[in-house]
Design a protein around this ligand. Structure first.
Ligand SMILES: [Fe+2]
Length: 135
């Protein structure tokens, strides 16, 4: 069973961004499936967490490049939100690698809630502006 499922209410009506948000959710689901396996090897979780960190960077850069290119008025506040999550996922990755924390369902819940909240508020706010720029 999926931990998080795509719903059309998450659509910002920009195909590339919707596809990236779907991919983000699929990595969260992959992590969930791996955590559900008894005695899951740490290397498997580490690989998925690394993928999640890399994809976070890639996805945020897509949005931020568009903000710059089209001089989106709220770009600084939006980038601040991205930076905060970037730092949190870097810390998760490093703390896990150094055995300071476990990756568990509370981590998954945090990531899922962050993503949904961010899409439904901040990402929805840029949507009409970027669509008006014909991106
Ligand atoms: Fe965003």
């Amino acid at each position: 069973m999926s931990f998080i499922e795509w719903d059309d209410k998450y659509s910002v009506n920009i195909t590339k961004i919707d596809e990236q948000h779907k991919k983000f959710m699929s990595i969260i689901n992959e992590l969930h499936d791996a955590l559900m396996v008894d005695n899951h090897p740490k290397e498997v979780i580490e690989r998925i967490v690394n993928e999640l960190v890399d994809y976070t960077d890639y996805h945020f850069k897509t949005e931020e490049d568009w903000f710059e290119e089209h001089n989106y008025s709220d770009k600084e506040a939006h980038k601040d939100q991205h930076d905060k999550l970037r730092n949190q996922v870097y810390k998760l990755r490093d703390d896990f690698a150094e055995n300071r924390i476990e990756i568990d369902l509370s981590v998954l819940s945090f990531l899922t809630e962050w993503l949904v909240e961010h899409i439904l508020t901040s990402d929805m706010e840029y949507s009409p502006y970027l669509i008006s720029k014909n991106i």
